[in-house]
Design a protein around this ligand. Structure first.
Ligand SMILES: Nc1ncnc2c1ncn2[C@@H]1O[C@H](COP(=O)(O)OP(=O)(O)OP(=O)(O)O)[C@@H](O)[C@H]1O
Length: 270
C-alpha cells in the first residue's frame, strides 16, 4: 500500500523543550490513523511538522512523496486546527461558498476542474479521492452532506452548537479535496453522541480513500481508527492497531492499555 506520510528520526525543540524526540512513523494512504496521547505529548507539534510549518532540529518528514511543506502539497493536504476557522457572521453555506471561491471549487457536484464522478449522488456518497482521472473537486453541497450539515446551511455560524461548528471547519477542509486530512483534536469538548457522529464522518471520509490523521487525548476514540500512534513525552510509545493494543497489553479498553504501556513500557506488553 502507498505511504502518505513518512516521519524519520524527527526531533523538534520548542522554547528550549524537546517536543519530539527521535520520532519514526509511517502513515499508509487511505487509512484513518489516530494520534493519541496526553496533553503536552507532542501531537500538535507532530501535525505541524507534517504540515511543514514546524522548524525541526533533526530528521525529516515526507508527505505524499514530497518534503513536508512543499508548495505543491498546499492543495493536497487539509488541516483543521483546534481554533474555529470560519466566519461567525456568515451562514454555514456562505462560509463554504466563500472558501470554495478561494479554492476555485464549483457550487454544484462534479462540475469542477476534475473529470471524474459526474454522476455521483451528493447525498449518499462522501467526497471521492483522486483516481486515475486526476484530482476531483468536492462541491459545497457534497461537503455539507458529508459532515451532516445540509439542514443547517442557512443558519448563522454564531448560533451553531460546538459540534456543528467543528463540522463547518471540517467541511471547509474537505472543499479542497485533500488527499491527506490532518485534524487536530476535532472532538475536544464534545459530548459522546457528537463525538460518535464525528468519528462516523471520519470513517466515511476514509472509506472514500482519503488519508486521515486525527489527534485526540480521549483514548477510547482509539477504537475507531485503523491504526494508532500513542505519543507520550515527545516519543512514540506504540504504533499499532486497536486490536493489537488491547491484545498485547491484556487490557479491555484503550485507557487501560495506555496506562499499562506507561507503567510497564512497550517491552512490558504480553
Ligand atoms: N511555543 C512553544 N514554546 C515552548 N514550548 C512549547 C511551545 N509550543 C509547544 N511547546 C511545548 O511542546 C510540548 C508539546 O506540545 P504540543 O502542543 O505538541 O502537545 P499536544 O500533545 O498537542 O498537547 P495538547 O493535547 O494539550 O494540545 C509541550 O510540552 C508544550 O508545552
Amino acid at each position: 500500500m502507498e505511504t502518505a506520510v513518512e516521519v524519520r528520526k524527527l526531533r523538534v525543540v520548542r522554547g528550549g523543550r524537546t517536543a519530539l524526540d527521535d520520532v519514526d512513523l509511517t502513515v499508509r494512504a487511505g487509512t484513518l490513523t489516530g494520534l493519541l496521547g496526553p496533553s503536552g505529548a507532542g501531537k500538535t507539534t507532530l501535525m505541524r511538522a507534517i504540515l511543514g510549518v514546524q522548524v525541526v532540529a533533526g530528521g525529516g518528514v515526507t508527505v505524499l512523496g514530497r518534503p513536508a511543506g512543499s508548495p505543491e502539497l498546499r492543495r493536497r493536504v487539509g488541516y483543521v486546527t483546534q481554533a474555529p476557522s470560519v466566519y461567525e457572521d456568515l451562514t454555514v453555506e456562505e462560509n463554504l461558498r466563500y472558501f470554495a471561491r478561494i479554492l476555485g471549487v464549483p457550487r454544484r457536484s462534479g462540475a469542477g476542474r476534475a473529470e471524474s464522478a459526474a454522476h455521483e449522488s451528493s447525498t449518499d456518497r462522501p467526497p471521492r479521492r483522486a483516481g486515475a482521472g486526476g484530482p476531483r473537486t468536492v462541491s459545497v453541497d457534497e461537503a455539507l452532506d458529508t459532515v451532516g450539515l445540509g439542514g443547517h446551511r442557512r443558519q448563522m455560524v454564531r448560533t451553531l452548537s460546538g459540534g456543528e461548528l467543528s463540522r463547518v471547519s471540517l467541511a471547509t477542509a474537505l472543499l479542497g479535496s485533500p488527499e491527506l486530512l490532518v485534524l487536530d483534536e476535532p472532538t475536544v469538548g464534545l459530548d459522546p453522541v457528537l463525538r460518535d457522529s464525528l468519528w462516523s464522518t471520519f470513517r466515511r471520509i476514509a472509506a472514500s480513500g482519503t488519508t486521515l490523521l486525527v489527534s485526540s487525548h480521549v483514548m477510547d476514540e482509539a477504537v475507531r481508527c485503523d491504526r494508532l500512534v500513542l505519543l507520550r513525552a515527545a516519543r512514540v510509545l506504540a504504533d499499532t492497531t486497536p486490536g493489537e493494543l488491547l491484545r498485547s497489553t491484556g487490557t479491555t479498553s484503550a485507557d487501560e492499555a495506555f496506562l499499562h504501556l506507561v507503567r510497564h513500557g512497550p517491552e512490558g506488553t504480553r
